[in-house]
Write a protein that binds this ligand. Structure first.
Ligand code: SAM
Ligand code: SF4
Ligand code: SF4
Length: 361
C-alpha cells in the first residue's frame, strides 16, 4: 500500500486518512463522539429550550441553502470516523423534520472505522414523527434512539413542550421504536423544580420493567433564551433520593470513558435509570464530544459562543487532508471546561452562548 505522511496522520493510495494517534485536545481528551445537528427548526417550543416569546413567528431560521447537504455531512463524518470518532448522534432542533433523514442515516451507517468496524449511530427526537419513521430508520442502519419526554401528565407535558402533541403519541412512538429494534430506547426527562419534579416517580414507575432506560437530566443554562436560574435545578442526588424512596437502587459502573449518564440499576432486576448531572457534578474531564451545526460549524462545547466553519472547505471540495488539518487544529486547541467553571461565567452574564435548538443536546 502506498502511504504518504502529513502532520495529522498518513494517507493511503485512495487518499483515506490513517491516523497514527487519536486526535487529542489540550487536556489529552480524545475525539470520540460527533453530534450532528441537522436542523435548527422544531415543532415543539419547550420552555427550557425554545421559548415561544423568542422563537415566535418572526424568528429567522437558517435558510435551506445554508444547511450542509447529506454528502457534505457524510464526508465530514467519514473523516472524523477515520480519526477517532466511534459514535455519532443525530440531533437538532427536531432531526426527524429534516426531509429524507433516513437517507442520511443510511449513508452514515455505511461508514467504517480504520479497523473496519461500524460506528454506533443514534438519534435524539421529541418522538412526534418517530412512530411513522421507526422502521425505515432501523432499516437504514440506525442502532438506537433517545426520545425526550418530560411528563406523563398531559397538562404538564403540554405546558413544558408548548405543543398540541399528546403524551400518548410520544409513548406510542417509544413502543414503535422498540418494536422496530431501536433498543434499548432511552427516554430523556429534563427536570425543573416546581414544574415537573413531581413527575419523577410516575415516570420511574411507568418505565421500570419495560427495557427502556429513563434518564433524568439536570436543567442546564444552555443558550441565552431560557432565563435559567439555579433555583430551578433538581440535582441528580435529589432525583436518585426520590426514586430510591420507592425502589431499591445501586450504582452501576460506566460502560465507557465519557459516558454522560451515571447509571443506577433496580436491585430487583427491573432495569436501570440514569442521571445526567451536568450542573451538580460536571463531567468535562471526560468530554470527548464534538458538535457539527446544521450549516457546518464545529463547536467543541455545548456552551460555546462561536464555532469554526468547515462548510467552506467542504463546498470548495478541498482534499481530505486539509479538512482533517482544520479538524485537528480545532480539536487540538480545545480548552473547554465550561461546566466546571459555571458559577464564574454565568454570574457575569455577558458572554453569548449558542442555543440548544441550534446545536442539539
Ligand atoms: N428535539 C429533539 C429532542 O427534544 O429530543 C433533539 C434536540 S433537543 C435540543 C436534545 C435534548 O436536549 C432533549 O432531550 C432536551 O430535553 C434537552 N434539552 C434542551 N434544553 C435543555 C436544557 N435547558 N437543559 C437540559 N436539557 C435540555
Ligand atoms: Fe424542540 Fe427538542 Fe428543543 Fe424541545 S428540546 S424545543 S423538542 S429541540
Ligand atoms: Fe463538554 Fe463543554 Fe459540557 Fe464540559 S461543558 S462536558 S466541555 S460540552
Amino acid at each position: 500500500m502506498q502511504v504518504t505522511s502529513c502532520i495529522t496522520g498518513y494517507h493511503d493510495a485512495m487518499s483515506r486518512v490513517i491516523p497514527v494517534i487519536p486526535l487529542t485536545d489540550t487536556f489529552q481528551r480524545p475525539l470520540r463522539d460527533l453530534r450532528i445537528s441537522v436542523t435548527d427548526r422544531c415543532n415543539f417550543r419547550c420552555t427550557y429550550c425554545m421559548p415561544r416569546e423568542i422563537f415566535g413567528p418572526d424568528h429567522v431560521f437558517l435558510p435551506r441553502s445554508q444547511l450542509l447537504d447529506f454528502d457534505e455531512i457524510t464526508r465530514f463524518a467519514r473523516i472524523a470516523v477515520e480519526n477517532g470518532v466511534r459514535k455519532i448522534r443525530l440531533t437538532g432542533g427536531e432531526p426527524l423534520l429534516r426531509k429524507n433523514i433516513e437517507t442520511l442515516v443510511g449513508m452514515l451507517a455505511a461508514l467504517r472505522t480504520p479497523d473496519g468496524e461500524p460506528i454506533d449511530l443514534t438519534l435524539t427526537t421529541n418522538g412526534t414523527l418517530l412512530g411513522k419513521k421507526a422502521h425505515a430508520l432501523k432499516q437504514a442502519g440506525l442502532n438506537r434512539v433517545t426520545v425526550s419526554l418530560d411528563a406523563l401528565d398531559e397538562t404538564i407535558f403540554a405546558n413544558m413542550s408548548d405543543s398540541g402533541v399528546s403524551v400518548k403519541t410520544v409513548l406510542a412512538s417509544i413502543d414503535q421504536a422498540a418494536q422496530a429494534g431501536l433498543t434499548p430506547v432511552k427516554v430523556n426527562m429534563v427536570v425543573r423544580k416546581g414544574i415537573n419534579d413531581h413527575q419523577i416517580l410516575p415516570m420511574a414507575r411507568y418505565f421500570r420493567g419495560t427495557g427502556h432506560i429513563l434518564r433524568f437530566i439536570e436543567y442546564m443554562d444552555v443558550g441565552d433564551s431560557n432565563g435559567w436560574n439555579f433555583d430551578e435545578v433538581v440535582t441528580g442526588a435529589q432525583i436518585i433520593d426520590t426514586v430510591a424512596s420507592e425502589f431499591s437502587l445501586e450504582p452501576r459502573d460506566p460502560d465507557y470513558r465519557g459516558q454522560v449518564a451515571k447509571a443506577w440499576r433496580y436491585t430487583d432486576g427491573q432495569g436501570e435509570i440514569g442521571v445526567i448531572t451536568s450542573v451538580s457534578q460536571p463531567f468535562c474531564g471526560d468530554c470527548t464530544r464534538l458538535r457539527l451545526s446544521p450549516e457546518g460549524r464545529l463547536f467543541t462545547c455545548l456552551f460555546a459562543s462561536s464555532g469554526h466553519d468547515i462548510r467552506d472547505m467542504l463546498r470548495a471540495d478541498l482534499p481530505d487532508q486539509e479538512v482533517l488539518g482544520r479538524l485537528a487544529s480545532v480539536w487540538g486547541a480545545r480548552t473547554d471546561r465550561y461546566s466546571e467553571h459555571r458559577g464564574e461565567q454565568t454570574e457575569d452574564g455577558t458572554r453569548k452562548k449558542i442555543e440548544m435548538s441550534y446545536i442539539g443536546g
